[in-house]
Ligand binder design. Structure first.
Ligand code: ZN
Length: 114
């Protein structure tokens, strides 16, 4: 356990929760766009089918990244509850404040992020 400023902790929690909510909205709103591509030979030519599949792949990748980000934010919230927030999960050193300001979900110090 590390001592931490309660006010800082609360504002960090609020920021993380806000980011989490925003991401969840995006993930839920995108669900309609990630339905499997229908390969209707009569409606679409080969090229537009490939376009549709390419768009599908891009949408899947965006969702994948959003889910990854969501897990990062969840992990940061768990560290906050545990009193371990702001410390590198690899070495335990304090993470640079500028780095945390840039991304409150960051889990590694500069040295270990490389
Ligand atoms: Zn480290």
């Amino acid at each position: 356990m590390h001592d931490s400023n309660a006010t800082d902790e609360e504002s960090t929690r609020a920021v993380l929760m806000g980011m989490r909510e925003e991401l969840q909205d995006m993930i839920e709103n995108a669900v309609g766009n990630t339905a499997p591509v229908t390969l209707d030979q009569t409606q679409q030519g080969r090229l537009s089918r490939m376009d549709a599949m390419q768009q599908q792949a891009m949408a899947d990748e965006t969702q994948r990244r959003r889910n990854l980000r969501l897990r990062q934010i969840d992990a940061a919230l768990i560290r906050l509850d545990a009193g371990e927030y702001g410390y590198c999960i690899s070495c335990g050193d304090p993470i640079n404040a500028d780095r945390l300001a840039l991304d409150p979900a960051v889990a590694l110090c500069l040295q270990h992020a490389r």
